[in-house]
Ligand binder design. Structure first.
Ligand code: XIL
Length: 451
C-alpha cells in the first residue's frame, strides 16, 4: 500500500478505531483481568510479537485481542521483508499487522530499521557511500510509510558484539561506515517521524556486564552530544544458560537515570511451571520498580509458534491455555485475575492433564540417525503419556529405548516403559535409531496425550 493510500485508509477506518478504543476503555473500567488492562493500571503497555500469517487463526487472534495492548511485528518490518530489492518497498504483511492492531486499539512497536541480520544481500554488496544513502532511504521509507502510527521504533538492533569485549559487532554498516552509523541512523529517524520514540535494542544487555556497559557508554555519549535517542530496549530472552540477572532492575535503572525510557522488548523465559512463573515475576517486578520502564513485550502469543518453541518460553501453551507464568505476570501487574483458581482453564489445580512432545535429532550418520522425543508434563502431575512418531516411508526403526512402541505401518505409538510418572513441568525422553534407506527427512511427532 502506498503512503497516501495508507493514510486514506486510516482516515476511512478512523471511526472503527474510535469504536475499538471505546471498547478498550469500557473493558479497563472493569476488573483488570487481562495482561493489557492490568499493565494499563500500572501506566504500562503489555505487548506481544505477532506474525501476520497467524492472524487468520481464530484462537490466536482471540488471545491476542483479549490480552495485549501493544504489538511488535515479529519479522514483517525487517529489511528483508520490507525492501527485498533496492528501492522496492513491500509492506503487505506489516500493514496487515498494523491494521489489525489499530482496529483493536492496540499500539505498535516498530522492529527494526538497521540490523545485521535478515538483511538482503544487496545491502552487503554496496560501497560505503551507497550504503549510507541506502540506510537512510530505508529508514525514511519505513518510518514515512508508518508516520504517526508507531509508538517506538527499534532504530538500531544488536550493534554490539556478544561476549566480554564491549566492541561493536561486524556488519556491513559497522565495517563500511564505522561507529558513526548508529548516530546517523538515529538522526535520520528523528526527522522521519518526530512522534516516535527512538530505541536502541539489544540482547545479553539485561544485567550489568561488558556489553551493557558499552551500550551505556554510547547512550551517555549520545545524550551529552544531543544525538536523538529516547529509549533502550532490553530483549530479555532468558533460559538456563542466560537466566534473569540478579541486577536486572539495577541495570534498567542506570539506563533510565541517563534520561531515556527503558522497555522490555522481546521477553521469553524457557521452562515451565512454578520456576518459569517465578522468573517472569522477577522481570515484571523489575520493570514496575523503574518508573521509566514504560512497557513489556513478550516474544509471541503461544509456545507453539515461539522461535524457541522447544523451550516453551511464553505465557500461553500450544492450546492457548494460560500457563502458571501467565497468572504470575497478571498477579505481579496487580491484575485481579484468579491465579490458581481451579475454575480457570489452564491454571494449576483445574484437573486438566496435559503434556507436550518435542523432537530432536541427537546423532546422524550417512545411513542412519538417532532421534529423541522429550515429553514434558503440563501444569498437573501425570502418571502416563502417549504420542506418535510417523517416519518417512523409506525409513525404519531398528531400536527404541525408554519407551514402549506399538507399530502400525510407518506410525509408532509410543507409551512409557518405566517413565510414565511426571511432576508438574517435569520431562522425560525416549530415543530411537532409524535406518534412513535413502531418506534423510525428519519424522513427524504427534500430539502428546496425558493420563
Ligand atoms: C526472530 C524471530 O522470532 C524469528 O521468527 C526469526 O526467524 C529470527 O528472528 N532478536 C531480535 C528478533 O531482535 O528480531 C529476533 O526474532 C529474535 C532475536
Amino acid at each position: 500500500m502506498s503512503m497516501t493510500l495508507r493514510r486514506l485508509t486510516r482516515a476511512a477506518t478512523a471511526g472503527l478505531v474510535a469504536a475499538a478504543a471505546l471498547t478498550a476503555a469500557a473493558h479497563s473500567a472493569e476488573a483488570a483481568d487481562t495482561l493489557g488492562s492490568a499493565a494499563a493500571g500500572q501506566g504500562r503497555y503489555f505487548g506481544t510479537a505477532v506474525a501476520a500469517n497467524h492472524l487468520g487463526e481464530a484462537d490466536y487472534t482471540a488471545t491476542l485481542d483479549r490480552e495485549f495492548s501493544s504489538v511488535t511485528p515479529e519479522n514483517e518490518m525487517k529489511w528483508d521483508a520490507t525492501e527485498p530489492s533496492r528501492g522496492t518497498f513491500t509492506f503487505g504483511s506489516a500493514d496487515r499487522i498494523v491494521d489489525h492492531a489499530q482496529s483493536q486499539g492496540m499500539d505498535v512497536r516498530g522492529h527494526t530499521l538497521v540490523w545485521h541480520s535478515q538483511l538482503p544481500s544487496w545491502v552487503g554488496s554496496l560501497g560505503a557511500s551507497d550504503l549510507r544513502t541506502a540506510m537512510n532511504a530505508h529508514i525514511n521509507g519505513l518510518m514515512g510509510h508508518y508516520k504517526g502510527e508507531i509508538h517506538s521504533w527499534d532504530v538500531v538492533n544488536e550493534a554490539f558484539q556478544d561476549g566480554g569485549s564491549g566492541a561493536r559487532r561486524s556488519s556491513p554498516f559497522q565495517d563500511k561506515l564505522g561507529n558513526g552509523f548508529i548516530e546517523e541512523a538515529f538522526r535520520t529517524a528523528r526527522a522521519a517521524d518526530p512522534a516516535a520514540k527512538l530505541c536502541y535494542n539489544d540482547y545479553n544487555t539485561d544485567g550489568v556486564n561488558a556489553k551493557s556497559n558499552a551500550v551505556y557508554d554510547m547512550v551517555e555519549d549520545f545524550k551529552s552530544r544531543g544525538v536523538p535517542i529516547d529509549c533502550v530496549g532490553f530483549q530479555s530472552h532468558f533460559n538456563s544458560n542466560s537466566p534473569v540477572p540478579s541486577d536486572y532492575r539495577q541495570n534498567l535503572q542506570r539506563f533510565a537515570d541517563l534520561g531515556v525510557d527503558v522497555q522490555i522488548t522481546e521477553l521469553d523465559v524457557e521452562g515451565s511451571g512454578s520456576a518459569q512463573a517465578a522468573d517472569y515475576t522477577k522481570v515484571v517486578e523489575a520493570c514496575l520498580a523503574v518508573s521509566r520502564c514504560t512497557g513489556m513485550t513478550v516474544w509471541g502469543v503461544t509456545d507453539k509458534y515461539s522461535w524457541r518453541s522447544g523451550g516453551t518460553p511464553l505465557l500461553f501453551d500450544g492450546n492457548y491455555q494460560e500457563k502458571p507464568a501467565h497468572d504470575a505476570v497478571l498477579s505481579a501487574l496487580g491484575g485481579s485475575g484468579d491465579p490458581g483458581d481451579p475454575g480457570d482453564p489452564g491454571d494449576p489445580g483445574d484437573g486438566t492433564l496435559s503434556c507436550t512432545a518435542t523432537y530432536t535429532r541427537t546423532a546422524d550418520w550417512s545411513s542412519g540417525y538417532n532421534g529423541q522425543v522429550t515429553i514434558t508434563a503440563g501444569d498437573e502431575p501425570i502418571s502416563s503419556w502417549t504420542t506418535t512418531v510417523t517416519l518417512p516411508a523409506q525409513q525404519s526403526v531398528s531400536s527404541l529405548w525408554n519407551g514402549t512402541p506399538t507399530r502400525s505401518g510407518n506410525v509408532m505409538t509410543v507409551r512409557p516403559s518405566w517413565n510414565g510418572t511426571l511432576a508438574v513441568g517435569a520431562s522425560t525422553s525416549f530415543g530411537f535409531t532409524v535406518a534412513k534407506n535413502g531418506s534423510d527427512a525428519a519424522p513427524a511427532v504427534g500430539t502428546c496425550t496425558a493420563s
